[in-house]
Ligand binder design. Structure first.
Ligand code: AMP
Length: 280
């Protein structure tokens, strides 16, 4: 595995690979890697000749400076994991160098970046779009891989690629879970034992909601789901909502033929966990 820190050096190397006709797959991450990240790498390895992973804890997507400061940083073990998993190139860009390449962003996301994660974390998706665009510019991928755990992020990246006409094929990969159902996340390492024990109720509740769709109105079911999660003293719900899975418009009335998703964000102390489930 080759490791690059300087965007221009990676760019030069990628240029050579492309001249050789290699197809480049890209998995952007913020590190503290787990099996969820590795499933994205696996997908890239099966689809592409060369797989590039990046590790960059991007300051512009954090609204809370404490969350940024506490974000786990485990570059050494991450690098070893990636090497073992067969990653070809690791990119850990220098912050100043990568942001020095920034150009104006001629796109509008409208409502997509304002709801759910965007409402709870103002500016988050603008920060995500800025860095993903810069990383795409350095890596020049043919295909890129993102996790459905960050469902709203998948829609934002889809818009980014379409509006900038980047010609990158996107793959959205199912969420990897712990045996008890908790969605794998780098933030899970920050849970204490009580919070960790309580956290699987989030996924259990998403599954329960899927089962109960016909029995409640959307508002009643949201309320019932919030109550189920908050029965755990260690957890506080930020939001639990149903939305149209294509637009993320909140759903108040069940409609036939609608692609429906349930989205949840839950605080365990100061650790914020998100999860979602496509319901139909
Ligand atoms: P992060 O390092 O949290 O920014 O995540 C990097 C990529 O891994 C994003 O596309 C995430 O959606 C994806 N990811 C995070 N957790 C999981 C998971 N449990 N299963 C699958 N993909 C994930």
């Amino acid at each position: 595995m080759l490791t690059f820190f300087h965007p221009h050096e990676l760019n030069k190397h990628i240029h050579t690979l492309k001249k050789e006709g290699k197809r480049i797959g890209f998995v952007p991450t913020m590190g503290a890697l787990h099996a969820g990240h590795l499933s994205l790498l696996e997908a890239s390895k099966s689809a592409c000749d060369i797989s590039v992973c990046s590790i960059f804890v991007n300051p512009t997507q954090f609204t809370n400076p404490e969350d940024l400061a506490k974000y786990p940083r485990t570059e050494k073990s991450d690098s070893a994991l990636l090497e073992k998993a067969g990653c070809d190139i690791l990119f850990m860009p220098d912050q100043q160098e990568i942001y020095a390449r920034e150009k104006p962003m001629p796109i509008t996301f409208n409502a997509l970046t304002q709801s759910f994660e965007g409402a709870s974390r103002p500016g988050h998706f603008e920060g995500v779009a800025r860095i993903v665009r810069l990383l795409f510019d350095c890596v020049q991928p043919d295909e890129a891989f993102f996790g459905l755990k960050d469902y709203q992020q998948c829609l934002v990246i889809d818009e980014l690629v379409k509006q900038l006409d980047l010609g990158i094929t996107l793959h959205f990969i199912p969420t990897k879970r712990e045996p008890d159902g908790l969605a794998m996340s780098s933030r899970n390492q920050r849970l204490n034992s009580k919070q960790r024990e309580a956290a699987p109720v989030i996924y259990r509740t998403l599954l329960w909601a899927k089962d109960q769709l016909g029995n409640y109105t959307a508002a009643e079911l949201e309320k019932a789901c919030i109550a189920r999660i908050e029965e755990e003293a260690a957890l506080r719900v930020d939001y639990f909502k149903f939305a149209d899975a294509r637009t993320l418009e909140p759903v108040s009335v069940w409609k036939k033929d609608m692609l429906l998703i349930a989205l949840a964000a839950v605080f365990a102390g100061d650790v914020r966990l998100i999860d979602n489930l496509l319901l139909k």
